[in-house]
Every structure is written in structure tokens, then in C-alpha cells.
Design a protein around this ligand. Sequence first.
Ligand SMILES: Nc1ncnc2c1ncn2[C@@H]1O[C@H](COP(=O)(O)OP(=O)(O)OP(=O)(O)O)[C@@H](O)[C@H]1O
Length: 766
Amino acid sequence: MDVFKLLTRSAKASHTTPRQTLPSSGEASNPQLFGYTAEQEGQPNLQLGRKRKREEDSVKEAITIPKELDFFGEAFHHKNDGAQVGKNQGSRGANGNSQDGESTQDKYGAGKRMVEGLVERLSEDECKRVLRIHKLKITVLEDFHTEKEKDLIGKKSKKRKKTEEKLQGPPAKKAKSQLYPQPLTAFEQLRSRYAISKRLAENLEAQGYTVPTEVQLGGLPLLLGARDAQVGDQQNGEGNGYGKQGQDLDLLAVAPTGSGKTVTFLVPVLNALIGEIKSSTREMDGATGIGPRAIIIAPTKELAAQIANESRKLTLGTTVKTALMKKGMEVVDRSGEEMTNNHAEDERRNDTSEEDDHSVNELKATGSTRKERRKRKQAEIVKAAILVATPLALLNVLKKHSGETTPLPTVRYLILDEADVLLDPLFRDQTLSIWNACTHPSLRVSLWSATMGSNIEELAISTINNRWHSLVSSYPVPLPPRVPLIRLVVGLKDSAIPNVTHKLVYAATEQGKLLALRQLLHPTSMPSIDTTPTLRPPFLIFTQTIPRAMALHSELLYDIPPEAGGSARIAVLHAGLPSMARDSVMTRFRRGEVWVLITTDLLARGVDFRGLNGVVNYDVPNSAAAYVHRVGRTGRAGREGGVAVTLYTTEDIPYIKNVANVIRASEKLQGKAEGDAKKWLLDALPTPSKRDRQKLKQRGVEARRPGKAADAKTKARTRISTKSGWEKRMENNRRGAIAGSRMRKKVNEEGVKGGGSESEFEGFAD
Ligand SMILES: Nc1ncnc2c1ncn2[C@@H]1O[C@H](COP(=O)(O)OP(=O)(O)OP(=O)(O)O)[C@@H](O)[C@H]1O
């Protein structure tokens, strides 16, 4: 025993508190966010237990799935039903470190599953149980089969409907069917159960993926197809002849930030394309020529680049290529068009295509300028099977020639990442134009986000319907049967991840916010006194607008001492910067050269910085969803120790309750009785009206908007600066004096040169 430690009263002794675990400190042990420990299971008094009871009841009431929707095969229905469920449940923390396939499967009840050849299956009860403990809910959102049948039967007349209603009462609300696919409990099963490409499986392993996250646990089995490897061999090639394997459904997936949605949507598409290219089955109904097979749309350039990078990592060593949409690229083969439009030009190109050197000379000889040659070279057709793009970049290319959107007949998979923002008014028209341009009759669509309003679901359903009706009227041959739209939800919809500590700080004024931020940059509190985790670099700071991000950057530029790297450690990133500068900041931040990155909502969605320790909302986010996405930049893949600080002033009080509610919900998920969103605070804060919320979403906090709208007083109040009024006045005076002195000097010089003129003002006569 260290006597000195017992006796000493110095501050040093109090620093022996355990070190804070940080996202930047290393790899996460368990990427899963949900699941319960065996101990928790045995405590019926816990809220968890009550919830389970309710869920069990709802499972009992589960609706029998119509045969055509039972994609997961009959196998688990008739054998081993009612098998006793294993006791050792998957858990976050306690059991989380088990990484090898065998032990991961064991936690779902060893010996209770049936083995059919090489493919192991869980009984239906086990499936339900595993999905439930991981908070996965999979429902049939829309069964277009029945829609079609309804169309065939013909619509009942209004009068007949009314009389039927009178006799039988109003029709009961149709309950949604719930699905329980075989969960994927280890990445190894992708090979044993779904026979995915060996190379793809190796690349996944090389990325360190072993334990699937919740969205992967439910989403991959859904998208990789109903049939396992054995049954699949017999099924492939049969059926409608359009979709040969895998994704036989459209999907709407809502899963927490950082939960691995990218891998979930990439793996099934990559696997299908690898198989297709390998067997060189290039014939596609309605599709001619070359063009992308899959299109992934993301709202920002940064996110699109990240997805393309992830896709390239997973297809390493395969023939599937990924292209990131860039200026000057051509998506569809327009060689035919060009031949008619610019026959002479094409002729010249053909003449000179024999040998490179020769062709250059020929071009020179025929008077083709360097600019023309460069343009031709740039307008290369995307030959890659996968194209990742932002909506505007892609649509610009599609509309470049005629102003009309050129169809994309080769596209069979359309993925909308951050679908709620892509279908928000800002991007809606662009996204829908691209969606409708994908004319392949077996197009499979999937929409992904951590937040999704019911309006997005409705929009997805109506778009699928409208697209179908226009295809039916224009397609020369009968179309294949429609596939259902499935919804997969992980955890509580529209909530922040439970592994982040939230802090809601009232700073009263803009100056107060700057002071609070400086305290975060230079923490002075001792861990033993202040038990809340401190924010450590690297972290992100979000502001409402680009001018505010720039102002904050110049204010904080010299806050990091030179011995720690000085101003190079702090950077700003926003949409106003040129593309090259944006790329460079992203690279420096990822490399750890930049510690503090000030940005706007440009980086709020999708961007993955694995070791990010925290997020500061310098300006409050403009919606609850924006808060969820901003704070979701930390705590990725289940990493613990992330901190999210939100500073608010008097101007924000009318809107802050949205954020406080999200924080409260997240704290409840963490099991905290009362955290930073105290009950008294929630009770005291005003509830913003729907109109206020809409206005905030569109415009942000009005006082912080640039432009003439705000009066001088408001502008002064919301300016980002720590200078006092007196200091500013002194500075102004000094600036005025310098300008005056310069002016006088200039006037004197001109006077000397010109010798003065009569028209010049020479003062008032006495
Ligand atoms: N099974 C896994 N095991 C460990 N890490 C994983 C796993 N799946 C994904 N990851 C990692 O988790 C991080 C977050 O993944 P991803 O960017 O796909 O999240 P997301 O769900 O798309 O988040 P967001 O909603 O913010 O877009 C990535 O660094 C990814 O490599």
C-alpha cells in the first residue's frame, strides 16, 4: 500500500482516476449497439424486462406471412419449431469480445439449431429472439403483389363500397406483416450460407469485419436473397429472367449512425455484379451497350468519395470497378448520337485511331485543337459497373445534351444513401429524375438513413407505383412480377446512438459560446472533480452558415500553441471552398494533422472519421434529425467515449427542446435516470410549433443568417468575436485615423504635383 497516496492531500493524488476510453484510443471490441446481458435478462423489474414482455406478446400475435412473402424458405417452419431458446444472449460489453464464428453462434443457443447439410439454421423462435434482442424490426411496408391483384380485379364502385361499409362496418386497418429472416451472426456465414464471392469474403475479412452490426445482421440476409447456397443453385436462372440472384425486394433501412450501413448495401450488389461479370452474362433485357449496373447516390461529394473508396476496397482483386462521378464524365454511350450529330468529326477520329503517335499527328494535321482533344479525352464513358455520384453531378451529365434526362437502361440497382435528405425538397426533384431515368424493369431500389420520416416512406411507395405504371404503358413485353417494399428498423427510429455522452450547455450569448469553446479547447477541470468526460481532439465543430464557420476559424486560428502545431492544427471545411482544397482538408484531418475541424452541415451526414472523439454544436442544429446525424460522427461502430456538446444562447431557447428530447431519449437508452437533459429543463423549455420547426429547418436561427434581414443590433449580438464594444470602438478609431492620414497624404502629394487648382477646396474664409 502506498502510504503517501493515502495521506497526501495534494492534487496529484486525485489524478489517479481511470483513463477515459476514447474513440481515438483504438479499435472497438464490439460494433453492436444493442443486446442484453444474461444478468439483465433475469431482472424482470428492469424496464428492459417489461419491454421484452410486451415484445414477446407482440411476437405471439405476429401475423402469418403470405406464402409469396416468405422469402426465407419453409425450412425453419416445419422442423424444430418451438425449440427451447438458448440462455446466453449476445451482449454489449460482457460477451462482446467473442469474435470467432463458433462462439458468436453459441451465444444464440448452441445445439438448438437445425443443420441441413452445411448450412446451419436457427428455428423461427430463435430467429425472432435474436432479432428482438438486437432491436431489429422488419416489416412488409407495401406488398405490390396484392396491389396488382387489386388492379386486376378492378376497382369497386364508390356506391358498392359504401353499401358494403354500411353492412360490415369500416374496413379494419391492414396490419403490416413482420418478417423474421435467418440472422447473420458472423461474417463467415456470408460464405457458408450465401456463397458470396471468395474474393469479396477475403476483402471483408481484411477490413477486420467479423461480428456483424445490427443492420448487417438483418439487412444482409434480406438482400443476399431468400435462398441459401444449396437451394440457390437450383433456383438461379429460373423465374422471370431479370433478377437472377439476391435482392428480390426493395428496401427502406433505418439504422443508427455509424452502424455499418455502407457495407450492408455494398456487399449484396458487389456480390451480384462479381457473379454476373464472371459468368459474362452481359445480356440485359432492354439494355444495350455499356453503362453502370449500379448507381449509388449520396448528398455530398465527400460522402460519395468515401463510398467509392469503400467499394474499391471490397472489390480489390475482382473485375468489378467503381467510378466516382466527376466533371466531364459521360454515363451513357452516345456514340450513335454523336455519329449523326457530328459525322465529320467522328470520321476524322476513326481515321486517326490506328496508332497513338500517328493519330496525334493526324489530329494536328486536320487542325484539331488541343482543347478539342482534351475535351474528347475527358468525356470518357463510365465503364465501371458501379457509379457513385451526387444527384446534381449525375443529373447535369444526363441532361447535358438535349436538356431532357437521358434514360439509364443498364442500371439494375439504385441505392440512395441518406435517403431522407435526398428526398427532401432541396434534392427531391434531382433524385426523382434519376430514379425515373432508371428504366430497367427489374430495378431494385434501397433507401438508407439513420432518420426517416413517414413522408419519405410515402414518397418511396408513390414513386415505385408511378414508375411501374409508366413502365407498364410503355414496355413492349409483359413485365416481371413486382417485388415488395420492406422496411428494416434498428433500435428506436430517429434517435441518437446510445454510446455518446451528451452535454447541453447554456452559454447565454455569442461571447459566452466562444468562452465555452475556448474552455473545451483548453480543459482546466480536474477529472477527479469533474466526472463528466472531457472533449479531446480530434473533434468537429458545426456552425450554421459558411460565413460563421469562416469567422470562427479566424477567431480560433491562434488558440493552439505553436509547440503543439499552432494554426496548422485547426482548419475549416465548407461548400464554398474549391474541390481540391476540400479534399486536402479531409485528407489532413483523416491523417491526424488537423485536430479541430470547423464545418457546416456539409459534414453532418455519412462521413466516417473512425477515431473522432467528439462533436461541438457551436450553433444549434436546425432539426432533431440534424442533431442525430451531427453527433453520429463520433461513437462509430460501437466505439465508446464520444462526447457531443451543444452550446445554446437566448436566441436558441424557442427551438432547443427538439435537441433536448433527442438527448433524453438517448440517455434513456443508456439507462441513465437523469443526464444532461433534466426533467425540469424539458418542462421549462417551450415546445416549438410545427411552423417554427419548418422555418428553422429551412432557414436556421434567423438572427444568425447572413444578409440584410437582421438589424445592426442583432448582427452585433450574433457576431463571432470575443472583442468588447470598447475594444471594437478603439480599433475603429485607429482604422479611421490611419485611413484619414493616408487620404491627407494623397491630397498633399497631388497638390504638390499639380500645384493646386482653383476648383480645390481651400477651407472657409474667416
Ligand atoms: N461489422 C463491423 N465491424 C466493425 N466495424 C464495422 C463493421 N461494419 C462497419 N464498420 C465500420 O463502422 C464505421 C461506420 O460505418 P458506415 O460509415 O457504413 O456507417 P453508417 O451506418 O453508414 O453511418 P451514417 O449513418 O453516419 O452514414 C466504418 O468505419 C466501418 O468500417
